[in-house]
Structure formats: structure tokens, C-alpha cells
Design a binder for this molecule. Structure first.
Ligand code: HEM
Length: 325
């Protein structure tokens, strides 16, 4: 792949909308409980290119270079489905963002140009030896989304491949090969309540051309996207630095814009995750959101706060909002 990243000159190509005006705020009510909060995805697209594109692609590639096995895992039997995902994404890139990406097809000989990064790759579609990485691993390096491939076989859902650079404390290396029920087993009261089973049945009935979306959320101390369980020793202790003076800058609402697509050829599912971070201080630019977030946190049951790793500073957040009143 030819590359000469002229990032600063290209940054201006992406519309610089302020974060507060485009943040995917996840709460519709003053209370949050687990539910199947999936809704129909409109418009039905995978990608969202934001001003963070350059920083996030840079970080992704560093992670894939330095800790590849933590950020990318795939079974060899997923390769055909990987090409299916690759094709869906590359077509969408060229169609929806023609100023950024270009695709030339001459039979199976394809040339992909990423104008944002000044990169060009010619390859034979379907021949993974013609790409520098496996198809999922290649295309994930050009987009901000993490990509998980779920196969549907033997009446169940299996995590069979994934490029996961920005995990909210879970690991593709640990989860590869698990069933849907197994990889959700750490979530408290999700399986026991029957909700996990209902969501699994919903996913297994998903149809091609009718994608779904949902928001998931947690909190992260400092704007760290790569919260791998494998590096917990580096980021996990940061919550002990929180004080009333710095909490507004340190604590970030972390929202995952998750999208679900049935893959018609393989009959698997593509699960994409675009992670967004905003500090509590930045969130204050929208009064309604800040008030609602305060109420959601006050109302959050301890079992959920504990699972999300925020139990030890939940009261500090409430004190922060009280000091603002
Ligand atoms: C096939 C698509 C999906 C995949 C691959 C997936 C994967 C995961 C993973 C790996 C976790 C982290 C578990 C851990 O702590 O290790 C998780 C958490 C969770 N998932 Fe899913 N999930 C999917 C779809 C859904 C759907 C449709 C729902 C709808 C209710 C859902 C609800 C949840 C909830 C509530 C959590 C806990 C999040 C939190 O409280 O921070 N998942 N999921």
C-alpha cells in the first residue's frame, strides 16, 4: 500500500461540527435499565466519518501494529464472510463519501483509493493473498468503526472474527468462538431475566436489508478509546485520581453507536461499533442532557454501576452536579 499521510491538509475536508452538536446522547428518559433498545437503522449505512477520523485511524493502526492479537482475531472459516463485509463497506465508502474514497473495478481486479490518507491499493477481489491483511483487518484500518463478525449456524450465534481496537473492557482474543449467550454472560441480570434469550431470538430473525441500531454506554476516565482488559493495569487505576476539582475533565460519557446487518450470502451478522467520548464538562453545553445524565446516574442500580466500573465514583458525579445547581 502506497502511503504519504498529509493529514493536516486533509483534516479540513471533514466538516468540523462541534462535538456537542453531533454526540449520540443515549438517554430518552431519566432512568436507564437494560432492554432491547434496538431500533430500525435510518439511513441504513454502516459508516460515520467524524473530525476524529485521523486521530482514531492513527491510533487503530498503532494498536494493530503493537498488539495485533489483542485487536484482531479471526477463524479461517470466516474468510468468505470477511469478503462479504469488505465488499459492503468498500462499496458504501465509495458511494456515500466519493470525495474521500474511490473504487475502480475491472472484473475482479479492484483499486481502492483513500484520498484522506493518500493511500492506494490494487487487489484481486476474493483473493486474500492480494491484500496485506485479511479483508476485515484491511478495511477496518480505513474506518473508525470496530467490526465484529457473528456467524449463525447450528441454531446459534458465534463470534467468529473481529477487529476490535476500542473495546469497552472486553476482549476479542478472549471472546473468539463464544456463543452469544457465553459472551454476554458477564452482564448482570441480562441472562437471568430472559432478556438475553429474547434479544438472541430477535438477532437470529434479522433480515437482509433491514439493519438495526442501538446505543450502549459506560463511563471512561480520561478520553481513552483503547480500554482493553489486557491493559487494565494502565487505565483501570485512573478512577482513583478523580477529585471534585478535576471530575468534569476526567470523566467521559462513552457511547457506542452499534449497528447490526444481516449478511445475505453467509447468513451471518455484521456488528459494527463506533465509539464516541465526551467529558462531563463538555456535556454541560447542553443543559437538558446534563440534567438527564445526572438523574440517570442517581437512579442507576449498584449492580449496573459495579459492572460498568463506576460504583466507586458514582457519588462524586452526583456531588459534581449538585455543585453546579
Ligand atoms: C451480535 C451482536 C452483539 C454482540 C457481538 C454483543 C457483544 C457484547 C459484548 C462483548 C459485551 C460485553 C460483555 C462483557 O462484559 O464481557 C456486551 C455487553 C452488553 N450487550 Fe451486547 N452484543 C450484541 C448485541 C446486543 C444487543 C442487540 C443487545 C440489546 C439489548 C445487547 C445488550 C448488551 C448489554 C445490555 C450489555 C452490557 C453493557 C453495559 O452495561 O455496559 N447486546 N455485548
Amino acid at each position: 500500500m502506497k502511503s504519504s499521510v498529509g493529514v493536516s491538509s486533509k483534516q479540513s475536508l471533514i466538516k468540523a461540527t462541534p462535538l456537542i452538536n453531533r454526540f449520540p446522547f443515549p438517554f430518552n428518559e431519566d432512568s436507564y435499565r437494560y432492554s432491547n433498545n434496538s431500533r430500525s437503522l435510518e439511513p441504513p449505512v454502516i459508516l460515520d466519518i467524524t473530525p476524529e477520523y485521523f486521530d482514531e485511524i492513527h491510533l487503530k493502526r498503532q494498536l494493530l501494529q503493537n498488539r495485533h492479537d489483542h485487536a484482531y482475531q479471526a477463524f479461517s472459516h470466516s474468510l468468505e464472510a470477511q469478503w462479504e463485509i469488505f465488499e459492503m463497506i468498500i462499496n458504501e465508502m465509495a458511494t456515500i463519501y466519493p470525495d474521500f474514497f474511490h473504487l475502480i473495478k475491472e472484473g475482479n481486479s479492484w483499486t481502492f483509493i483513500n484520498h484522506l490518507l493518500n493511500e492506494k491499493q490494487t487487489f484481486t477481489f476474493g483473493d486474500h493473498d492480494s491484500l496485506p491483511y485479511e479483508p476485515l483487518d484491511f478495511i477496518g484500518r480505513h474506518i473508525q468503526e470496530d467490526l465484529i463478525y457473528i456467524s449463525q449456524r447450528d441454531g446459534d450465534l458465534y463470534m467468529d472474527a473481529g477487529q476490535l481496537c476500542f473495546p469497552a473492557n472486553w476482549s476479542i482474543a478472549f471472546n473468539l468462538g463464544m456463543t452469544y449467550t457465553e459472551f454476554h454472560s458477564p452482564v448482570p441480570q441480562f441472562s437471568d431475566s430472559g432478556l438475553a434469550e429474547r434479544v438472541r431470538n430477535f438477532l437470529m430473525r434479522m433480515e437482509a436489508g433491514k439493519p438495526w441500531t442501538r446505543y450502549n454506554w459506560t463511563l471512561t476516565v480520561e478520553p481513552i478509546l483503547d480500554t482493553f482488559p489486557e491493559t487494565y493495569d494502565q487505565w483501570g487505576k485512573k478512577k482513583y485520581n478523580i477529585t471534585q476539582e478535576n471530575i468534569g475533565q476526567l470523566v467521559h460519557l462513552r457511547v457506542e453507536d452499534q449497528r447490526l446487518f444481516r449478511l445475505p450470502r453467509s447468513n451471518g451478522i455484521l456488528f459494527s461499533i463506533h465509539t464516541h467520548l465526551i467529558s462531563l464538562d463538555e456535556l454541560n453545553a447542553n443543559d437538558e442532557w446534563a440534567n438527564r445524565f445526572d438523574k440517570v446516574i442517581q437512579d442507576l442500580p449498584d449492580y449496573m454501576a459495579d459492572y460498568k466500573g463506576i460504583l466507586s465514583y458514582k457519588d462524586e458525579i452526583t456531588a459534581y452536579y449538585q455543585s453546579k445547581k
